[in-house]
Ligand binder design. Sequence first.
Ligand SMILES: *Cc1c(COP(=O)(O)O)cnc(C)c1O
Length: 694
Amino acid sequence: MGYGGPHAAFLATSQEYKRMMPGRIIGISVDSSGKQALRMAMQTREQHIRRDKATSNICTAQALLANMAAMYAVYHGPAGLKSIAQRVHGLAGIFSLGLNKLGVAEVQELPFFDTVKIKCSDAHAIADAASKSEINLRVVDSTTITASFDETTTLDDVDKLFKVFASGKPVPFTAESLAPEVQNSIPSSLTRESPYLTHPIFNMYHTEHELLRYIHKLQSKDLSLCHSMIPLGSCTMKLNATTEMMPVTWPSFTDIHPFAPVEQAQGYQEMFENLGDLLCTITGFDSFSLQPNAGAAGEYAGLMVIRAYHMSRGDHHRNVCIIPVSAHGTNPASAAMCGMKIITVGTDAKGNINIEEVRKAAEANKDNLAALMVTYPSTHGVYEEGIDEICNIIHENGGQVYMDGANMNAQVGLTSPGFIGADVCHLNLHKTFCIPHGGGGPGMGPIGVKNHLAPFLPSHPVIPTGGIPQPEKTAPLGAISAAPWGSALILPISYTYIAMMGSGGLTDASKIAILNANYMAKCLEKHYPVLFRGVNGTVAHEFIIDLRGFKNTAGIEPEDVAKRLMDYGFHGPTMSWPVPGTLMIEPTESESKAELDRFCDALISIREEIAQIEKGNADVQNNVLKGAPHPPSLLMADTWKKPYSREYAAFPAPWLRSSKFWPTTGRVDNVYGDRKLVCTLLPEEEQVAAAVSA
Ligand SMILES: *Cc1c(COP(=O)(O)O)cnc(C)c1O
């Protein structure tokens, strides 16, 4: 429950619409030796390529939780899930039968599964009495109440409920004694006859040991921060400390229902208030909404706040949003979702936003200008010198400044969006503030605003007091998330981080993150061109190395370098964003000098491998970069026809001798995966047949 989140939701479609689904589908492709390999299908078609035409603005989603739900089905299997459901239905049936026998309340004659609706004289009194036995009933109105049962409910709980409803009179039966009389009451027209969860995976792992090994087998294929630094630019892959993570598992945080009365969630309420205050101090804003569930959800919420503000002033026509080409794809996708008209502005040779272009666009649209979306430090990894001027231009022409806060790790304690001149910004708590990325989510994207926008922050129809959802009348912007405080359960991670670091620690973290990036840029500049730098020749907390030249000299593209890094035991940096043909590297403050050196050494060694191609010592098509990654199945096959040695393919650096993270597939065929969209995992034997027939 987690007081409302995080939680996963799934979306299914017929074949007809499959290519319009957001790029979050794991599809099946083949690797370099024709083996089945999984990859995210159609991923490049989403925000970064399609921008304002993307099907959704969702980037960070709820991948980790989708896996939890999947593992629940894997463990219980079709038979297990059905027996859980039958037991839950049975408990609801016992409850319904018992109440009828007691004759104290009227059970509504509705087909039910797990929830029974009851008419009684005083719903609030009953709910209060039940809550003393730690059972939550939902009050619908003063004479209607619902009771829901799940697999954690026991016969004992049902007995307690009978006592509550009998209000002091003796109950002449027990839940157990009623069980034999209870019948399945699900209408036959609603009963499923067809088989489900027929894939072997849902039918193999039904003991804890088996499940443990299955999960561990999957986990061991994933390279994580447990193995090495993950230098993904713009993602801020910093340490997720154990102390920060612990509260997520505490029942006092996990077991709170989103409708829980605030009196029963005082700890949560105190944390929201303190965290909101701390985030205001950090960002230089006046008010925070903790509702958005990720950065892109924050963008949407923030733009809706700006829209509501313009409307409150009678400026219904203000719908133009200026966005630089270098912006993250979620920016135009979010603006499009808000119904805004997007005007793109370019950047100059140094990577800075072209201020004259901004001025022209703002002035030409001054009657309809709604907002500018801008990232600072820029997505090019430099502190944009003209940022205050840019904010001024927008304000002078009637617009509001939305700052994308993904790069906050380069600002905390040193400057702030509020100070710079932004009106609203989101924070990616899963980047700057230590919530782990969970393979793509959950995240949190709270937004901060200046005073003039505070009245327009998201509201929520669930007033979490009496447990009764009621519409709130005042705020013009309604809910932008299902729960009033978004993914409340993961907020203790960021709260703990900020509390433990203190203002001195947070400022040091920013300084060290910037220092680390500059150290790496310096180490690498002799080997790769560093694309953009600020006026002092320095970068911010991340930087871009330019690989475009190698396409001509050696036929090498960023993907080849990223895949070869896997042989060195590293995750590739962010590829071809925001500039095609480049790699963006962000070390964060969490990495030691030794780890930074190790990563630089890998890239320098790869540069030498490229040089061998440039010099003609290695073949342009058939070389150690194009062949990467090298999984054991390839290296240990009986035949080896590559022009380089197996040993060099697998052990190009000394540290790999003592500990090597083995890739599990060869190079995955991207085009094949997108053309042949297959999302159903085939059993091993069928995989091979499918690969052959394709
Ligand atoms: C990560 C990121 C986003 C999107 O945030 P999500 O939490 O993934 O939705 C937006 N802008 C920039 C610059 C980012 O790095």
